[in-house]
Design a binder for this molecule. Sequence first.
Ligand code: 5GP
Ligand code: MN
Length: 341
Amino acid sequence: MNLTVHQVERIKELLNQGRHNILILTHRNPDGDAIGASLALYNLFLKMGHIVDVLIPNKLPDFLKWMKHADSIHIYSNKQKKSIELIKNATLIFALDFNDISRIDDFKSHVVDSNAYKILIDHHPDPGDHADLIISQTAVSSTAELVYSFIQLMSLTEYIDTDIAECIYCGIMTDTGCFSFNSSYPETFQSVAELMNYGIKKDKIYDLVYDNFSYNRMRLMGYCLDKKMKHIKDYHTAYISLSQKELKDYNFKTGDSEGFVNLPLSIEGVQFSALFIEKKNMVKVSLRSKGDFAVNTIAAEYFNGGGHENASGGESYDSLEKTVDKFVNLLPKFKNDLLGA
Ligand code: 5GP
Ligand code: MN
């Protein structure tokens, strides 16, 4: 972890001296890593006797609600006044799993204005400078794994219990696609081995996250694969787009499209996949790739976003149709990379 001895001592002192008002923040449309990392720290700080809150911009999906104290998470879009108060009262802020402050756009200005000591823990490339202390390691599988290292570094492992270990494990499991990507480092498995010693039930966690979807999601997935997936074989690319009407037809709920962007990557030869979801005021773009073909630069340059080399996202303010056209028309630009990938 990229901290000096002095920095470690400083945070240790902060955490061990008196009772802090700690606020943990994570990004919009939180995933397993965002929630796992946040609740791991939340439960740990709670056990240490601090006053702690987790604040997120919008709802978390149902399949993450089993984690301990998920029901205490504050959702900005549900109670803005209370959320702003939490930011104002915080003396210590942990920003987890996002490099770009626009990912907490909803309450960004209040965080920027806050005098709290801010610590960013993240594994995305190019972290912004919106924190007093930046713990950023892009080679690490997940923010949850970084949180685990952070807890070790701060000599706080005595507080880890099964619930906390399960939150951390969930973050690692989801951000590595069940250890299929972002998991080339032995340290990840070392961390998992240690987490298992806290009595986590990894099969149960898999089941809670991946085998807990609604009937409508499975039907929507079938519809996507049969009717909506477009395969552009010449460019080793495939994509899926969904309109508001289609989402409504399948009674879409937050989290129902989780993982859909990965589906086209199972087609032989496909190196690049995309998912376009029409929201009320924009189109959410998700990009995935295999191998050396980096999609975060595409997300940043064309879709107001960013992310990891093989998993990125962004937003488009054009119509769904125009956004998809833009994407398809981009492909010739990347022909050499795509065919070489
Ligand atoms: P997803 O496609 O699952 O929404 O996001 C995949 C990854 O892309 C996220 O982990 C995050 O790094 C990045 N990402 C997604 N949406 C955005 C966005 O709107 N802005 C930025 N900067 N990154 C995003
Ligand atoms: Mn992550």
